[in-house]
Design a protein around this ligand. Structure first.
Ligand code: ATP
Ligand code: MG
Length: 150
């Protein structure tokens, strides 16, 4: 689908603001990033999972996520930057494994540990990559890189 990037991202932000009224969500978009060919269901699933995680794994009064969208060479880069609980360095690779979850107070019943594994599959399927940087008690940044053609 040919997607208007601005509306696509704004759609998720608005939906989550309604779902979680005290979730602070914002984004910035490279001024040259207007349209983008992608599968909205697949990419949407990645957005859902990453936004849901940012909300889930943060202190009740630090529920904040900033989505930065940048163009670089032939890639479009979506960075999901939260102010959550962070992830210990030695766990950064594990969190993308199926059914892998970390012990923390924000663990909820119903979460199975498939979200990030699925995101990785989807992003790889679209010829992209997902990486993470994080600092415990400061926050995490999930970086989704996808080939860009407009
Ligand atoms: P599911 O997504 O299947 O409902 P889940 O959220 O536990 O379950 P993943 O989304 O795969 O599973 O995440 C794996 C683990 O990585 C989580 O249990 C959590 O401990 C950690 N994690 C994921 N996202 C974040 C984040 N933004 N900040 C801190 N920890 C995170
Ligand atoms: Mg999850």
């Amino acid at each position: 689908d040919k997607v208007k990037i601005d509306s696509f991202v704004k759609g998720y932000i608005d939906t989550f603001k309604i779902k979680y009224p005290h979730f602070k969500l914002d984004y910035s978009l490279d001024k040259d990033a207007k349209f983008f060919y992608t599968d909205t269901v697949l990419l949407g699933s990645v957005f859902q999972n990453l936004i849901e995680n940012a909300y889930k794994y943060s202190h009740p009064d630090r529920k904040e996520l900033f989505i930065d969208i940048a163009l670089e060479k032939r890639n479009i880069i979506f960075s999901f930057i939260d102010k959550g609980i962070g992830i210990p360095k030695n766990e950064l690779n594990n969190i993308f494994r199926k059914f892998y979850r970390l012990e923390n107070q924000y663990n909820q019943n119903g979460s199975v540990g498939l979200g990030l594994a699925f995101c990785k599959e989807l992003v790889n399927f679209m010829d992209g990559d997902i990486t993470v940087r994080s600092k415990v008690d400061v926050g995490s940044e999930f970086i989704v890189t996808l080939p860009y053609a407009n």
